[in-house]
Design a protein around this ligand. Structure first.
Ligand code: PLP
Length: 380
């Protein structure tokens, strides 16, 4: 049976050209960029070049690009690093109820262990944060706001530039987890988010897993979270993973300025898939929201996600219940709870996310297999 992969928001395959660019760094270019000899220096030059290449795409200074081991590290660095750096000015952090756990759990850690306080902004039924709610939540003690650019479960796109503008107005540091945005939405430059810190990872747009970066707008200097050598201009200790960095840069250049998830190609697939929501007991979520074109999210109350995903998998369809990190657990999606859904509804989430390799024939098959799978589960 051929698999139908509808989980591109969890990860994408590695693009062949990206892989090709990485291979020399698993072979000939093995030098440590911090070594002073010629083998190290050659790799150092390629590391410097990689940073310049990202800065050219982002239209920022090379010194504002810090390579990380992916989004989770980038987010931890942004939130812990700037909260600790700014704590003499205040201890209040604002985030939203629909953030990825990489944000929510990091903020929770700071609250539980380091004396910070938090406000979690609500969202409307489409998963959107209202900039006016942010205005109301900011007070004298607020030092940091972290709001995602696009949601991984619902695909909802936040009014991120407007939220950033509010932070600018009040002089509060603004971080955006833009992991699901890059490669999907039009990108001109990193300043379009109006953010001081932006997190990104490579494997959501055909780059390697374990690759990513943090944009840090100068002159902000968040505390480091990793200690050791003086790599990445003293911002991130540890010998650089050159293969991952070069793969990340190649993917950024190829797939961000002209998004690899092309709306004109993918939206028709999402529209066709959304016809599944006319089946009895299937509810489309966030129909009115400005959404990522590749993402479709719905609930099937009465059938829990794990049962449904397992049955779909047996029929060859690889889908997800939102965040891959909570796949396999029966915890209701915190994102759907934030939209006001009950626990049992939030437990019945299914997300389809399409990508470059998705075909019309695959969508035809899903439109037949999905109702048949529901019938199998319901014993019809
Ligand atoms: N933020 C968002 C919105 C995500 O979708 C993900 C991964 O799914 C992450 C952060 C964490 O990414 P990683 O596990 O690659 O570090």
């Amino acid at each position: 049976m051929k698999s139908i992969y509808l989980d591109y928001n969890a990860t994408t395959p590695l693009d062949p050209a990206v892989k090709e660019a990485m291979l020399p760094f698993l072979d000939d270019f093995y030098g440590n960029p911090s070594s002073i000899h010629r083998i190290g220096r050659k790799v150092r030059a390629l590391l410097d070049d990689s940073r310049e290449r990202v800065a050219r795409v982002w239209k920022c200074k090379a010194s504002e690009v810090v390579f990380t081991s992916g989004a989770t590290e980038s987010i931890n660095q942004a939130i812990c690093g700037s909260a600790r750096f700014l704590k003499s000015k205040g201890r209040h952090i604002i985030t939203s109820a629909v953030e990825h756990h990489a944000v929510l759990h990091t903020v929770e850690y700071l609250v539980n262990n380091e004396g910070f306080e938090k406000t979690i902004l609500p969202v409307d039924t489409n998963g959107c944060v209202d900039p006016q709610d942010l205005v109301k939540a900011i007070h004298n003690n607020t030092i940091l706001v972290s709001i995602m650019a696009a949601n991984n479960e619902t695909g909802t796109i936040q009014p991120i530039a407007a939220l950033g503008a509010v932070c600018r107005r009040f002089g509060v540091c603004f971080h955006s987890d833009a992991v699901q945005w890059f490669g999907k939405e039009p990108f001109d430059n990193i300043h379009q988010f109006n953010a001081d810190l932006v997190s990104i990872c490579g494997h959501k747009f055909y780059g390697p897993k374990g690759s990513g970066a943090l944009f840090i707008k100068s002159p902000l200097l968040p505390d480091p979270i990793l200690f050791g050598g003086s790599h990445e201009n003293d911002r991130r200790a540890g010998t650089e993973n050159m293969a991952a960095i070069v793969g990340f840069v190649e993917a950024v250049e190829r797939f961000v300025p002209s998004p690899v998830f092309e709306r004109c190609l993918l939206e028709p697939f999402s529209v066709r898939l959304s016809s599944l929501c006319s089946l009895p007991g299937v509810n489309l979520l966030c129909p009115l929201a400005k959404r990522l074109a590749n993402t479709l999210c719905f609930t099937v109350p009465g059938i829990d996600s794990v049962t449904l995903l397992a049955a779909l998998d047996l029929n060859g369809i690889c889908a997800s219940a939102g965040s891959a990190c909570s796949a396999g657990s029966l915890n209701p999606s915190h994102v759907l709870s934030a939209l006001g859904l009950s626990n049992s509804e939030a437990n019945s989430l299914v997300r389809f996310s399409v990508g470059r390799e998705t075909t019309d024939e695959e969508i035809d098959q899903v439109l037949t297999l999905f109702p048949a799978t529901l019938d199998q589960i319901r014993g019809v």
